[in-house]
Design a binder for this molecule. Structure first.
Ligand SMILES: [Zn+2]
Length: 444
């Protein structure tokens, strides 16, 4: 329906512009970028509002309703969601200026946010404005574009705040967000991940106890830090039992055509490992609880034997599960011993139904790109703004889908929050074509 060359040019220019706004969070400073996006969308006929808890950190909500109020309220609200803030970048480590937005000879646009997620925001806006400029309006329902600030620091000024304070303005039946779309090849077949769910977390401290003493007389005290060593060793070498949820089951079904149970996972993982160890590294954490020690504390002075030592563990839990499962799996790995577990922060991960008009649109589009390829529901090891929308609007279907295939998942994943972040223009254009296909599919 749209001219692919025009769509690609629009997406490219938008992404270059967006990268050139430095929106490293903290401090974020998203206002200039948001005003730029507002201008682009208003010119295409969207109604645009900026909503902010802090004036320099606004969120953008743009609306394109069906031509009559009756038709608008008759159909679904479809929201393309994105965040415009990024993590930091150290120019000394990069081959290009992280805020240059340069299109290089390798066919890639370089810069912080190219993958996470100014690339997707640019592709979404390009599809929306090109559709609107071509005169398209929803036959029924409403199209929204929601661009948030503050995602990289947890969304307290962004998606979370919007969903809590302005639920009527951001309510949606369908949300398309980051957290999926990367392609991988397994045994000769192409797969596109659809981010249908996200893990939660249940962070805790392992605490060991001893008796203080002068460090010059090691046997006078009881060193709590040394008691930590065997526990760390167990975290390094032992694997908790698996807890498959719907998405990993769907992936194993797609890869091996089996209805896998938790007990089947070790064998299936070994097969994945044998075929492509890179895939095992990315998939294994989605099959159950993970326990990653990241911070440690013991004595405050070098010459005092510590009476207490603690290690903080970033524990990630499959969607729908909470502290109970985290603790059960942690104790299973650590075994009996002289330590205590102290659970501090936790959040339960959530997900959306796999059967939906959005999934149908994705499946149809993927088949058009490559009849041999498969779209598979997947669970994200981390989390995105989708969790706030699923929590606020329990019936909404929120998926992560930003299709890419010139660069596969193994190339693009390490670029997220990494150095030399970039995206092939061909992938940016592919994603823009997907959005321009899916939107009229969902809204008529
Ligand atoms: Zn992101």
């Amino acid at each position: 329906m749209l001219d692919p060359a025009k769509l690609q040019a629009t997406a490219t220019e938008l992404l270059q512009q967006l990268i050139r706004f430095n929106t490293v969070n903290p401090p974020g400073d998203e206002a200039v970028a948001q005003h730029f996006i507002k201008g682009e969308l208003e010119e295409a006929g969207f109604e645009v509002e900026l909503l902010a808890l802090e004036p320099e950190r606004p969120n953008l909500v743009a609306t394109l309703p069906a031509s009559t109020p009756a038709a608008a309220s008759d159909g679904p609200t479809v929201a393309m969601l994105g965040h415009v803030d990024t993590v930091l970048a150290d120019p000394a480590e990069w081959q290009a200026d992280p805020w240059g937005g340069e299109l290089r000879d390798d066919g890639c646009i370089w810069g912080r946010g190219a993958q996470d997620m100014k690339g997707q925001v640019a592709a979404e806006i390009a599809a929306a404005v090109e559709l609107a400029h071509a005169g398209w309006r929803p036959a029924s329902g409403t199209l929204k574009l929601i661009v948030t600030s503050d995602e990289e620091a947890g969304g307290n000024l962004g998606a979370r705040w919007l969903c809590e304070q302005h639920p009527r303005k951001v309510r949606a039946d369908v949300v398309i967000n980051e957290g999926g779309g990367q392609m991988f090849v397994f045994e000769g077949r192409r797969y596109f991940r659809v981010g249908c769910a996200e893990k939660g977390f249940s962070r805790f401290n392992i605490v060991t106890h001893g008796k203080a003493g002068h460090a010059s007389l090691p046997r006078m005290g009881e060193n709590a830090l040394l008691k930590m060593a065997p526990l760390l060793e167990k975290l390094a070498t032992r694997q908790p039992a698996h807890d498959l949820t719907a998405e990993p089951r769907a992936i194993l079904k797609a890869l091996f055509d089996v209805d896998a149970t938790d007990a089947d996972v070790p064998d299936l993982l070994a097969r994945i490992e044998q075929t492509d160890p890179r895939l095992a590294v990315l998939l294994e954490p989605t099959f159950g609880v993970t326990l990653t020690p990241t911070m440690a504390r013991a004595s405050a002075k070098v010459n005092v034997i510590p009476a207490q030592a603690s290690v903080r563990v970033d524990c990630r839990v499959p969607p729908g599960h909470g502290v109970d499962l985290a603790e059960r799996r942690a104790r299973e790995v650590l075994g009996d011993g002289d330590y205590t577990l102290d659970f501090a922060e936790s959040a339960v991960g959530n997900g959306s139904a796999h059967n939906s008009p959005l999934m149908d649109a994705i499946v149809e589009w993927v088949a058009g790109v490559d009849p041999e390829a498969t779209a598979i529901p997947s669970v994200l090891p981390g989390f995105t703004d989708s969790r706030w929308f699923r929590d606020a609007f329990p019936d909404c279907v929120a998926y992560g889908f930003f299709p890419q295939m010139t660069m596969d998942m193994y190339e693009s994943d390490p670029l997220i929050h990494g150095t030399d972040e970039r995206i092939p223009v061909d992938d940016l254009a592919l994603a823009a074509r997907f959005f321009s296909f899916a939107i009229p599919k969902l809204l008529g």
